[in-house]
Design a protein around this ligand. Sequence first.
Ligand code: EPZ
Length: 417
Amino acid sequence: MDKIEINGGNRLAGEVRISGAKNAALPLLASSILVNGVTEFTNVPDLMDIRSIKLLLEDLGATCEDGDGRVRIDGSGINKVEAAYDLVRKMRASILVLGPLLARFGHARVSLPGGCAIGARPVDMHLKGLEALGATIEIEHGYIDARVDRLIGNEVYFDLPTVTGTENLMMTATLATGTTVLRNCAREPEILALADALNRMGADVKGAGTAVITINGVEALKPATVEVIPDRIEAGTFMVAAAATGGDVQVLGCDPENMGGIINKLRQTGASVEIFDQGVRVKGDRGIVSTDIKTLPYPGFPTDMQAQFMVLMTIAQGNSVIHETIFENRFMHVNELQRMGADITVSGGNYARVRGVANLSGAEVMASDLRASASLVIAGLVARGVTTIHRVYHIDRGYEALEKKFSALGADIKRIR
Ligand code: EPZ
């Protein structure tokens, strides 16, 4: 298995261009199931999770052609409605094919996505929403079996703002008879991007990006070409790394409009964040002071940036409290950071108290989940000495050529096969 080796201490400097967003591309690729024809996506990142969902779509009978960021999916050949366990277990976002298969074919069998390192990750809100539109759902032998003669628009109220739950129901409702109103929706930019794409395909979706989304069902969706929005979490990861190393980095191609929570918190630490038309410029040359973090649904501070920000707090002046409110087990990076000399105390399961130390020291560490892995890379960049990160396949799920991009910014980092 690949490892990443970092010799820490270099200040990052220069420019990095942000790739398309994994969490925008996944629902978009799933939405191709709704179209009896070809949909084309551009600026698609080259990631393991994207390869996984393409494999799943091809297993269903779709054809996927891709090359240099373009993915062309022909859904007309789909002849199967079952998403098999061995594909779904590799990527739980496969649940996003459930609604589109049900909407187009009246039947879907999707393996229950298991939990993952960060939590149980139930999908009860997805299933309750589909039942509200008339589906009958059975869970048997580890599979969700959903059937419906005719989807009928209805009101759906989410117990809490679920990102993929909102996306699944929004896609499904585009082909229901009548109007569906989704309430207490997640408001992430990736949801607005998906709604824009669905409307380009001929759907009638209003209100995406707010807590109430109204969908008037249509007979069928038609082919469209859609560009994937930039990855705000990848951008945030580079911004935190620039601040942590005392560097000066221009993060190009990101959309600061979608990154208010990240920019606001970074500025509170004393890092300078300048917004310009190409993206943002982050400088960490004035030292970093501690600030508290509480993860919240968008537009609050994103849970996907919590691990990365914790690294910054480990070397800040002062103490900070990090409160993770979205997932029940998203502190897997803490033990590894402690082994690098960080002073962190976890209490009550989702609070971490971080006391800033003068520096971290390089060590052999283990990646556990996507964003925890990214935090270990940042820790390696600032630590004294050599850090070796094992199980980097976690990183490859969500970051395109991460070590190459950091190397181009002056980091002493390499992948060891
Ligand atoms: C999406 O996951 C993202 N994944 C996650 O990114 C992200 O961390 C998360 O949203 C929160 O922002 C994709 O978009 C592919 P949720 P999702 O449903 O949709 C509970 C990454 O690193 N819940 O918004 O699965 C759930 O347990 C990944 O890129 C239910 O209880 O998250 C969690 O506590 C990690 N029942 C909370 O809601 C449900 O039916 C929010 O989860 C659904 C969710």
